[in-house]
Design a binder for this molecule. Structure first.
Ligand SMILES: NC(=O)C1=CN([C@@H]2O[C@H](COP(=O)(O)OP(=O)(O)OC[C@H]3O[C@@H](n4cnc5c(N)ncnc54)[C@H](OP(=O)(O)O)[C@@H]3O)[C@@H](O)[C@H]2O)C=CC1
Ligand SMILES: O=C(O)CCC(=O)C(=O)O
Length: 445
């Protein structure tokens, strides 16, 4: 008889054709938890545990018609995948990017189950989004899209059922428009979204949380190996929310970040990235990185991709899935990289991950390394529930504590199962164990 894990991987590929990212995410998790499943395979098979784990509880797909500034009508597709609510209300961001399809949202929702579990907070896994591209649209067009999107989505979400947030293409502006529309239609002022503005229920430090959390876990990783990140050279990809605050915190901790990138090109700044300039270009002007040279004449701008060829001690992919492939991994190892920690979701291909691990690179997967964002979203939910706001310092201290605990949790899980230093296995097992326990306790539902 073939192994239960192998059967389910095959089934996922067969039942979800043309969804390679979803297959990749499922394969990585199931391969990691194989050791747990095979220790009790008969029971898990009888309970159809893995079938229940890899099938979303619910997936919603809807039409989003909106009107542009010329009066023309456009129709995009909206998605919300409510993957697993064993440990809490569905929680996960909304991605607005032309590459969005059901498979991408399913991969992200599946990852979110284990990430959210790793935070130690009571949040289940979900994700959503649309193939709408906010780039090049006016504020009013973005507003009309967000209102149309929420007009349908509001039927399925709520402060205690499903709480979306930002992701690629969805920042404070989009969350504001969506919150306004939810409130208008449902008549409820409640914590239905996180990443809200500070004047209407947002949490201090949520904007910074994913990037800061990434650096807190990197710091703990180095500390536990008797090393320090001060003085290290760091290469970052991306120039969005995660990248900007990862660069800022890395610099506060004494490291030098020499690159960032966007979807058209990348910057090398030998003196260290100027975060104020980056924020002006990306957060205020919503412009391209070609602008960066105006602020820093000694920097270089290159078209296309290329940050992984820059010599560094620490590499932090913070843009998008599968942006670091095996050729990049080879270059990083040749250049003596010590650690690769994922700010984005699944930015490293399976082959590249194996190559890095086999060459002794400390590799922390996104579901652990970028969990600070959703953890702080859960803190925003707590503040909304008690109708109080905590100070920046309070939230930041909680975030740091969560990331330090998370590191030791995944490190311990890897050791316990004989995979010392393999943080992919550690993260998947530690995330899975809590979900498994909750699913078992709640019966076959
Ligand atoms: N925001 C959060 O709290 C969290 C985000 N993440 C993950 O982090 C990653 C980045 O998210 P976030 O910073 O919020 O998103 P943003 O939209 O703020 O920034 C994304 C950045 O990545 C670049 N990018 C996006 N898609 C591509 C692509 N296909 N090819 C090359 N570059 C691309 C963008 O370039 P351009 O400027 O040209 O658009 C931009 O610089 C995603 O994987 C997201 O899922 C994970 C946990 C939490
Ligand atoms: O803050 C959140 O709820 C979700 C963040 C997110 O989408 C992610 O962790 O990938």
């Amino acid at each position: 008889m073939s192994s239960y894990v192998d059967e389910i991987i095959e089934q996922v590929i067969k039942q979800n054709p043309s969804e390679p990212e979803f297959h990749q995410a499922v394969r990585e998790v199931l391969e990691s938890i194989r050791v747990v499943i095979e220790a009790n395979e008969e029971k898990f098979r009888r309970d159809a545990l893995l079938e229940r784990l890899v099938n979303p509880e619910r997936q919603i797909k809807f039409r989003v018609p909106w009107i542009d500034d010329n009066g023309d009508v456009h129709v995009n597709t909206g998605y919300r995948v409510q993957f697993n609510s064993a440990i809490g209300p569905y929680k996960g961001g909304l991605r607005l990017h032309p590459s969005v399809n059901l498979g991408i949202i399913k991969f992200l929702g599946f990852e979110q189950i284990f990430k959210n579990s790793l935070t130690g907070l009571p949040i289940g896994g979900g994700k959503g989004g649309s193939d709408f591209d906010p780039k090049g649209k006016s504020d009013r067009e973005v507003m009309r899209f967000c209102q149309a999107f929420m007009t349908e989505l509001c039927k399925y979400i709520g402060a205690d059922t499903d709480v979306p947030a930002g992701d690629i293409g969805t920042g404070g502006r989009e969350i504001g428009y969506m919150f306004g529309q939810y409130k208008k239609i449902r008549g409820l002022f409640e914590g239905v979204l996180t990443g809200k503005g500070l004047t209407y229920g947002g949490s201090l430090a949520r904007t910074e949380a994913t990037g800061y959390g990434l650096l807190y876990i990197v710091e703990e990783l180095f500390k536990s190996h008797g090393a320090d990140i001060a003085g290290k050279t760091v290469v970052v990809s991306g120039a969005g929310n995660v990248a900007i605050y990862a660069i800022q915190k890395a610099q506060q901790l004494g490291a030098k970040v020499v690159t960032c990138s966007d979807s058209t090109g990348w910057v090398y700044d030998p003196e260290g990235i100027d975060v104020a300039a980056l924020k002006q270009i990306k957060e205020v002007d919503r412009a391209r990185l070609t602008e960066y040279k105006k602020y820093r004449p000694n920097s270089e701008y290159h078209e296309g991709r290329g940050v992984w060829a820059v010599k560094c001690d620490i590499a932090l992919p913070c843009a998008t899935q599968n942006e670091l492939d095996v050729e990049d991994a080879v270059l990083l190892v040749e250049n003596g990289v010590t650690a690769v920690c994922e700010g984005a979701n699944m930015p490293t291909t399976e082959e590249a991950t194996k190559y890095l691990q086999n060459n002794g690179v400390w590799f922390i997967p996104g579901k652990a390394a970028n969990a600070g964002g959703v953890a702080t979203s859960a803190l925003e939910m707590s503040q909304n529930s008690e109708r109080l706001s905590w100070t920046f310092e309070e939230v930041d201290a909680k975030l740091k504590n969560i990331m330090v605990n998370l590191y030791h949790n995944i490190d311990d899980a890897a050791k316990k199962y004989g995979f010392e230093g393999n943080y992919v296995v550690g993260a998947n097992i530690a995330g899975f164990e809590k979900v498994l326990d909750a699913m078992n306790a709640q019966g076959i539902v």
